[in-house]
Ligand binder design. Structure first.
Ligand code: SIN
Ligand code: NI
Length: 254
């Protein structure tokens, strides 16, 4: 397919109220980050890429294709999208690099829930205290199609061990308080997104509909991030030593 991305709208969609909500709760909804034309283009490209790479990793919860921006010039434009980068930097308040992207498809009627977890404990980062993810809906995602649910304030839980996103009790077993926190469930229209802090606990419902749920996630880390030494699919092939900077063309500044 020969296609070019549509010209992104250039204004930053994040208001001061959104920044305040993000800093308080650890997540925020940002509507209108992609045009309908962009959504159509990137949704098809995400389905094609998942098919082509057979979803690099297939789980019960989703098929995951990691770092597609390094292989697909069209989706590279989405991962490096200036509107999303501007939104991320306004929420974060400083300089950011791409950690990785991933396409997360919940297969029709077959997927399980993505259970409650924090993202940051999975990542081999030192000196990146405030990573954040843009979770972009490339189709309408009502609750029954696999939308996200967040635990407000959980970004302040800074020292929990990694939780198992296939185990519904994993976070509760580590942090019983989570059971009593009101949850915020966030259905999204195509072209809307949420941003969440790397420590903000979240889950996603199963997809009970006949169509795939197409989510595209861009993860930003602090510009200062260094390698911590723990295993991760993105850094394992790179022969890094703990303390090495995660910079250069594989981790571009946005
Ligand atoms: C999902 O979309 O199923 C989960 C996304 C996430 O854990 O960040
Ligand atoms: Ni997550």
């Amino acid at each position: 397919m020969t296609a070019t991305a549509c010209k992104p709208s250039l204004s930053c969609p994040v208001t001061d109220e959104m920044v305040a909500a993000y800093r308080r709760d650890g997540f925020v909804k940002v509507p209108g980050v992609l045009t309908p034309e962009e959504v159509a283009l990137y949704a098809q490209a995400s389905l094609d890429a998942t098919e082509q790479h057979a979803g690099d990793r297939r789980y019960g919860a989703f098929d995951q294709t990691v770092n597609i921006w390094r292989k697909d010039p069209l989706l590279k434009q989405l991962t490096l999208h200036p509107v999303l980068a501007a939104a991320a930097k306004k929420l974060h308040g400083g300089r950011l690099r791409i950690w990785h992207d991933h396409i997360l498809i919940k297969r029709p009627q077959k997927s399980t829930a993505t259970e409650f977890h924090q993202d940051k404990p999975y990542w081999p980062h030192a000196t990146s205290p405030n990573p954040l993810s843009a979770w972009i809906a490339l189709c309408d995602v009502p609750v029954e199609k696999g939308c996200m649910t967040f635990l407000p304030g959980s970004q302040n839980w800074t020292s929990l061990p990694a939780q198992d996103l296939n185990d519904s009790q994993s976070l509760a077993n580590i942090c019983g308080d989570m059971r009593w926190i009101p949850r915020v469930t966030m259905p999204l229209r195509a072209g809307e997104c949420t941003f969440h802090h790397g420590l903000c606990a979240h889950m996603a419902t199963p997809n009970h509909t006949p169509d795939p749920r197409i989510a595209y996630v861009i993860i930003y880390m602090d510009e200062t991030a260094t390698y911590s030494g723990i295993k991760h699919i993105v850094t394992d092939p790179l022969n890094l030593q703990p303390g090495d900077r995660l910079d250069g063309e594989l981790f571009p500044e946005v």
